[in-house]
Design a protein around this ligand. Structure first.
Ligand SMILES: [Zn+2]
Length: 123
């Protein structure tokens, strides 16, 4: 549910920029390719759009790749509290905090570096 709200927020936030940039972009195209309008409008449209897509994809990954998901998909690699890597079978899994204020931690294999699943930061 939290993820859905975050996704809606991202879409709304970016559409504000797109609404500012799109008219300027359309004007520039209709006005025969005014370069300033194209660059300015394009920046407002494509930069927020690519950021939005990046964040939405990342959120979808956090939403999908949870511990519960890992346990379901790679049942053989979760024995009680012991988690092992589904790629190389190594059972030394480390956790690192992700940057960019994602408030998520990444659980990864210390041997092959594969990301196994994500978990929200506590507190
Ligand atoms: Zn591994």
């Amino acid at each position: 549910m939290k993820y859905t709200f975050q996704k809606i927020f991202i879409v709304l936030f970016c559409s504000v920029f797109v609404m500012i940039g799109a008219p300027s972009l359309i004007n520039a195209i209709q006005g025969g390719g005014n370069l300033f309008g194209l660059v300015w409008g394009g920046m407002f449209v494509f930069i927020p759009l690519s950021i939005a897509i990046f964040w939405l994809r990342q959120l979808s990954r956090f939403q999908k790749m949870t511990y519960v998901w890992y346990k379901t998909v790679y049942a053989d690699n979760v024995q009680g509290n012991k988690v092992s890597c589904f790629v190389c079978g190594n059972d030394s899994i480390h956790v690192r905090a992700l940057m960019n204020k994602t408030f998520h931690r990444e659980h990864f294999c210390t041997q092959c570096g594969k990301t196994l699943y994500y978990s929200p930061e506590q507190g």
